[in-house]
Design a protein around this ligand. Structure first.
Ligand SMILES: Nc1ncnc2c1ncn2[C@@H]1O[C@H](COP(=O)(O)OP(=O)(O)OP(=O)(O)O)[C@@H](O)[C@H]1O
Ligand SMILES: [Mg+2]
Length: 542
């Protein structure tokens, strides 16, 4: 591309050729990395096998090797117990979370509880006495290291440190913190954790602006990947000068809805059909057969998304035989209809949060491999009365947008402010209850409402009650009125208040900040009637 095709943006302003930065889409099923050298020089980086996405698999072989990516996925076909995958579903979760317990039943690797109730992944011990248990973020670190290496190979072996890593818009604070820890562990300077649909909107906007010039639009990003579903509504405003902004108006989603749920249902269905032919062998618990059956099902699912294809074969090498069945597109749709309908309901929720109607949306942009499913596209076309945009590759669009953001952030760190700005929002309300009478009904006092622009701050002051010497505040996230129905994030406690008759004025305050990465920080401060006025305590979010 030449400068002449760039009427609006000045290449010199964005030049990073000597020190490129990267965007990494750390996906449930696949990772993707894009490199930013200049505003018109952003590329998806192929891995050592030439593939533009890399499976989110890590395998620990009995010989003591650690494989990451394609090699690990291949190894898992014959040694399923030695591989770990879909670890994104475990990031920042507690072992006792119902969703973890439910997922754990589907995986060949074992999951247990660490000393603080955190999730621990167990792999068979290697002869060399290698580590045999890992935190989910340690596995993500290995994936991120691999993506960093892929980019560095592409950059003639020169080190790359600055990166933007994407997370689902619906990731909680603890899931974001775990992702940040994984990035730091991989030796990355994490410029930003960015929401996946926002990255997709930025990629789409970048493509449009480069080709067509000024644009003002409300874009709805529909991102259905391997494990998560997100919707974001983004307003893009661009003027004839260089200024351009991407403002996220609302976001909604489900961090546990994606292709792997579809796979699971298909697997159950196919297994039932094979039951009579395998004479009582439980295919779902047979870890030798299961990976091949799973692959056969996923392959059939992909074939069924092909134009005009309505039937696919599921073939399984079983002992000396090949078991074979036909899977129809209608069957797939019937089995997963409720999941697809749920996606549309979430779209409606995002529209209502953004106070917009369907007609206010100028373009629907698809992200995530599962948006290739024809029924998903048909439902969106019927809902909006127009077909979604297909000019961006749904597997790559998130990494591409993350690289654009990385370039903009690195540039504004190093010289003039970039003229393209991205304003993300919080995906859940954050609120408080305190130990005193004020919270006796357990109603959450919202301090940062959902869809607030990031970074966001909020605070609340409290009075003491007579005789009260110690106070506690509990932080929650969620949309329900009662705290106990929302998710507990952490608590703050302070003692050493004077006791006796309480003053009229507020004696303590809780201040909450959600930073640009979407990570929460909170402090409790003594304002009056305390042995040490001005003392602050901070919370760690769980
Ligand atoms: N042609 C297709 N038809 C149906 N599903 C597909 C097709 N191609 C890919 N998929 C599914 O898309 C999912 C992977 O998509 P993607 O790589 O966007 O997800 P991810 O980024 O790993 O996950 P997430 O964003 O949820 O963390 C897998 O479940 C895969 O089976
Ligand atoms: Mg994804």
């Amino acid at each position: 591309m030449t400068v002449n095709e760039f009427p609006v943006w000045d290449r010199k302003r964005y030049a990073m050729e000597d020190n490129p930065v990267i965007g990494i889409d750390l996906g449930t099923s696949y990772c993707c990395v894009a490199i930013f050298r200049n505003i018109d020089d952003i590329e998806i980086v192929p891995n050592d096998l030439g593939h533009r996405t890399t499976p989110s698999y890590v395998a620990f072989t009995s010989e003591g090797d650690c494989l990451v990516g394609d090699a690990a996925k291949k190894h898992s076909m014959t040694n399923p117990k030695e591989a770990i995958f879909e670890v994104k579903r475990l990031m920042g979760q507690s072992f006792n979370d119902a969703i973890v317990q439910q997922d754990a039943k589907k995986w060949p690797f074992t999951v247990s509880s660490g000393p603080r109730g955190e999730v621990v992944l167990n792999v068979p011990e290697a002869p060399a006495g290698r580590q045999s248990s890992f935190r989910p973020e340690e596995i993500s670190t290995l994936l991120l290291k691999k993506m960093k290496e892929i980019a560095e190979d592409f950059n003639c072996g020169r080190t790359i440190k600055d990166a933007v890593i994407t997370v689902p818009a619906y990731f909680s604070h603890s899931q974001r913190k775990a992702t940040m820890a994984a990035g730091v562990g991989a030796g990355l300077n994490v410029l930003r954790l960015m929401s996946e649909p926002t990255a997709a909107a930025l990629a789409y906007g970048h493509q449009r602006l480069i080709r067509r010039g000024p644009v003002e639009k409300n874009i709805l990003v529909f991102d259905l990947g391997g494990g998560t579903f997100d919707v974001s509504i983004v307003t893009v405003k661009a003027g004839p000068d260089e200024d351009c902004s991407f403002v996220v108006r609302a976001t909604a989603g489900d961090s546990h809805l994606g292709g792997s749920d579809i796979d699971h249902r298909l697997l159950q269905h196919v297994t039932k059909r094979f039951e009579s032919q395998v004479h009582g062998v439980d295919l779902l618990t047979n870890h030798k057969i299961l990976p091949r059956l799973k692959q056969a099902v996923v392959d059939a699912k992909h074939v069924l998304s092909g134009k005009g294809v309505t039937v696919a074969n599921v073939n399984l090498d079983y002992r000396e035989d090949v078991l074979s069945m036909k899977l129809g597109r209608l069957e797939l749709e019937e089995l997963n209809k409720d999941l697809f309908l749920r996606c549309v309901m979430i779209v409606e929720q995002a529209l209502s949060d953004a106070k917009m109607g369907k007609d206010d949306i100028s373009e629907v942009v698809l992200a995530g491999g599962s948006t290739r499913i024809p029924m998903v596209q048909e439902m969106l076309t019927a809902f909006f009365g127009k077909a979604p945009i297909k000019s961006v590759n749904p597997d790559e669009v998130v990494a591409f947008g993350a690289a654009v953001q990385a370039g903009l952030l690195a540039r504004s760190d190093k010289c003039a402010e970039a003229s393209i700005s991205v304003h993300d929002v919080t995906s859940a309300s954050v609120g408080l209850i305190c130990s005193g009478m004020e919270s006796k009904f357990g109603v959450m006092a919202v301090v940062i409402p959902r869809d607030s622009s990031l970074p966001a701050t909020g605070s609340r002051k409290y009075v003491l009650e007579d005789g009260e010497k110690a106070v506690t505040a509990w932080l929650y996230e969620g949309e329900r009125a009662l705290c106990r129905k929302n998710r507990l994030l952490g608590e703050l406690t302070m003692d050493d208040f004077m006791g006796g008759e309480a003053p009229q004025e507020a004696a303590w305050k809780v201040a909450v900040k959600i930073d640009a990465h979407g990570i929460l920080h909170a402090t409790l401060e003594a304002l009056a009637h305390h042995k040490n006025i001005g003392r602050k305590v901070e919370t760690t979010v769980t």
